[in-house]
Design a protein around this ligand. Sequence first.
Ligand code: SF4
Length: 190
Amino acid sequence: MELSRRSFLKLSGAGIGVTALAQLGFTTPAYAADVELRIREAKESTTVCPYCSMGCSAIVSVQDDKVVGIEGLPDSPINRASLCSKGQAIFQVANNERRLKKVLYRAPGGTDWEEKTWEEAIPAIARLIKDTRDANFVEEEEIDGQKVKANRCEGIAQLGGAALDNEECYLASKFARALGLVYIEHQARI
Ligand code: SF4
């Protein structure tokens, strides 16, 4: 397009005029967004992302037993409303037909899984922990010809998860150390 000096000045004047009007508050009209939020009927609660040691917090919107929205929690000093792509995908942990909701037990050497209740599972897990700990507890060992107290259990390892908060980690590690465990690790470090 050919632009004469006169039309260039006219166009520049119009541009300056629009900018000046905008600075005075005369802008193009704003249109209200008429969008129905899909979380408008949902119930909100908060959670912690389970995927890494950052421990970002999220708001989870649930409707009809289904997660319909995930947002970063603005009140969290860790992530301040942001979530990485993994955090935005945590709804898949709940909305997942492969998620286990019952205790499944497979007997040693067995091939089939049986459903158990927590009332059956918890005492059985406690029994196995106690028996394994007692069978593998090292009370003393010899170092340079000297007998020294060891008081450790090398037969059990504990693995923590990033979804645990500070207080839960404190309790879990205290429990493990009370049993004498030395192999204590965290999912975010391996
Ligand atoms: S949102 Fe991302 S950075 Fe935050 S805890 Fe989850 S995986 Fe880690």
